[in-house]
Design a protein around this ligand. Sequence first.
Ligand code: SF4
Length: 500
Amino acid sequence: MGDRKKMKEEREKTIEENNDGKNTGAIATQDPVARTDPGVMTGTMAMTDALAMAGTDDHSRSACIYVKTFGCSLNQSDSELMAGLLEDAGFTVTDTLEKDTAGDVDYDLAIINTCSVKNLAENKFWKEYQYWNAKKIPVIVAGCIPQAERALLSGPLAHTSVIGTRQLIKIVDIVNRTLQGEVVHDISFAFHDRLNLPKKRKSSLIEIIPISEGCLDQCSYCKTKHARGILHSYPREQIIAQFKSALDAGCKEFWITSQDTGCYGFDCYRPEKYFLPELLGDLLAIPGDFRIRLGMANPHHIKTIISGLLRVYAHPKMFKFLHIPVQAGNNRVLKAMRRTYTIEDFESIITTFRQHILDIAISTDLIVGFPEETAEEFQESLALLRRIAPDVLNLSRFWLRNGTAAAQLQQLPGGITKLRSEETRRVFDTLIRKQNKKWVGRIGTAIIDEIGKNNTVIARNDYYKQIIIKNPPAGIRLGTFVTVRIIASRDYDLTGEILS
Ligand code: SF4
């Protein structure tokens, strides 16, 4: 810590000298210095320029940047990209918050990558933002909140640098300018290639590959749409190249992610009918020992590509894990949510997958307390849950999100949505407890993908079920495929022993 403090004081002195102490007063929470450096380029920039530019500013050699990430795998991947570009430019980047004995932190800048999916995530962001402001440490806000709520840039974020979800490749420039005391707002929707660039993975084992951003739907409750926009599928060559380079770098688990993986290629590969199954087929054909976990895909898109998906799900390197959000158990509510499938569609997809891929793990999302949802309609959601008995339930109480169509509907009292959420959680806990008992005694392959607490490791079997392994053999390495026998089950994980 000591020498970082010394280095920081030095850096601040340099900034002071550079700016002859001019004070614009614009940025209350940060060093009150603004600077328009002819070397700082604006508008779209080629990656080489951005990287080259990073090299010119000597203060990057000492600055330490903290990155806080909220939200989904795509957001995690965005943070890994920003961290990779910054480290490549000579910054020190961490997502571990270290405090000294006085509870003080010693970072030069904090990047907060935000999520706008729920009020809860938004409240957490503002708490985090106030924390860094109170420490008088410069902040850059990234992610879906400012991108979906542009008014914030002339309001509470007027004096804070903001980087858009499509401008990540500019992070080095924006950090340099913010460290110089400038306030940069760049949330343009101009698209820049973001694959095959330096990245700093949270886990050296897990590669998160976004295959597109945005989606083709207009769900009435959704704020993410305002941030991520219309579907933009990334070029298959770039995805395959990123996959191969991550494999060469030692990754063993690949999370294929986006807002909706189900509509990959619907915007750009229609003539050659190159959609999700074709892309997964090409990735699975790459030689090597790895597993692919497919991220969320919407029922109405899965319906159109189901035969191809069933084919790739049969592949041994594909986790038998299907994340298919249903959101409600009643067709009138689905219509009010502007979800374009029916309960019958959803159930037939689940039945078909369970017929073709034995024991496939089903993950689904459910929103309870949607405006005007009647008690009977809510009971239909619980009935659907009991019929499907998924392995994973991402349960959400409905939250009114400004600017969404659902915000115009008659809201249910908060007490009702809370009760419905609690009842749903109880129903799911009973189901999963019974469900997981079926695994006891079974033997199968699993990949060690995390070091746990108290001399345990965490593995994932081919159904992406989490397995806690106590007292693993000495020297066991992350990424090792082992044969495991399940010896016990709990609500949210299994316990296993390594046989070989
Ligand atoms: S599919 Fe619906 S919920 Fe998902 S990002 Fe698009 S609009 Fe939002």
